[in-house]
Design a binder for this molecule. Structure first.
Ligand code: MTE
Length: 320
């Protein structure tokens, strides 16, 4: 039997109908705004020039090294998922410029002894910034290798002193309906919400992220602050965070509400567990060329040695 991935279609070619319809309506709307039409070409041309934006100095952290070539600035900043700006891969680069990121505060609260609301400048200074090269594996079966800048989320969580009730962490992304053309499409239940178990959030690999390529994060990549959990599918890594909430019960995340049979809470990269509509056994490396072969996906996205202990005794097919 020939399956969809055998004929070279990527899962984004088999978008659910609701999303496809929404995308069409969205494009029709965009067509009414002629000024917006020139922007993608401009954004792409600008990205050709290489890394842009304020510098964000950091020391290199090579605890999880990779020999793989990093993706270009252009790949990383023009091929994005940020559904608040639309479902097309170019939509975030085209529309995210409208997002207001100054001033920006983040609330850290819930099951903590010292709840805090911190300005982004103070958050950046809370721990020394490190550059870490991580693989990002999207649930749509493509991947990139990205040099992120940030520090382990554990620094911030320890700072607010979690109580014994802190079993889960909930990440909430900003919601600015007037500046986010994708929000009116109701593809997800906004604001975008994701979550981790406390031990996952405290793992040193989990990166509170402020930059990419030595620069402050571009808006399409989740400025001014996001989280990156490299052993999980990309959708766990919420962008443009405004709240980090600790609680005793498992949160229901945006993707679980939208399609619980397709997007589980754990979302650990697992080539042995297909998505209900496509295989997760291989991935397409963005930037490797149209005819490059797909590469095998690794359990936990190649970070098994570091994180598999977190799931000892768990059935990873059931807890997908
Ligand atoms: N965060 C928000 N708020 N909204 C989104 O749509 N998409 C997720 C994740 N974080 C998403 C999000 C998905 S599916 C992926 S693959 C990554 O962001 C993509 O990150 P990147 O565009 O920086 O590569």
């Amino acid at each position: 039997m020939r399956r969809i991935w055998d004929i070279g279609l990527s899962p984004s070619d088999i978008t659910p109908e609701s999303v496809w319809r929404a995308r069409r309506r969205f494009m029709q709307g965009a067509a009414l705004a002629p000024l917006a039409l020139g922007v993608p070409a401009l954004a792409r041309a600008a990205a050709d020039a290489g890394p842009m934006g304020p510098l964000l100095p950091a020391t290199k952290d090579s605890r999880w090294p990779t020999v793989e070539a990093v993706n270009t600035w252009k790949d990383i900043t023009t091929y994005n998922n940020f559904y608040e700006f639309g479902t097309g891969k170019g939509d975030p680069a085209e529309y995210a410029g409208r997002m207001q990121i100054k001033p920006w505060t983040v609330q850290i609260d819930g099951a903590v002894r010292k709840p805090l609301t911190l300005d982004i400048d103070d958050l950046r200074k809370l721990a020394p910034l490190q550059e870490r090269v991580y693989r990002l594996r999207c649930v749509e079966a493509w991947s990139m290798v990205i040099p992120w800048t940030g520090y382990s989320l554990s620094h911030l969580l320890s700072h607010v002193e979690p109580t014994g009730d802190a079993k889960y962490v909930v990440f909430t992304s900003v919601l600015q309906p007037k500046n986010m053309p994708g929000v009116s499409e109701r593809i997800l239940d906004w604001p975008y919400t994701e979550g981790l178990r406390m031990d996952e959030a405290m793992h040193p690999l989990t990166l509170l992220t402020f930059g990419v390529y030595g620069r402050e994060l571009p808006k399409q990549n989740g400025a001014p602050m996001r989280v990156i959990i490299p052993w999980k599918y990309g959708f766990k890594s919420g962008k443009s965070l405004v709240r980090i909430h600790l609680q005793s019960t498992p949160p229901e995340t945006s993707w679980m509400r939208a399609a619980p049979q397709e997007y589980g809470f754990y979302a650990n990269v697992n080539p042995a567990v297909p998505h209900p509509r496509w295989s997760q056994a291989t991935e397409r490396r963005i930037g490797s060329g149209l005819f490059a072969s797909r590469i095998p996906t690794q359990p936990f996205n190649g970070y098994a040695e570091a994180v598999s202990g977190l799931y000892q005794g768990m059935d990873l097919r059931r807890n997908f």
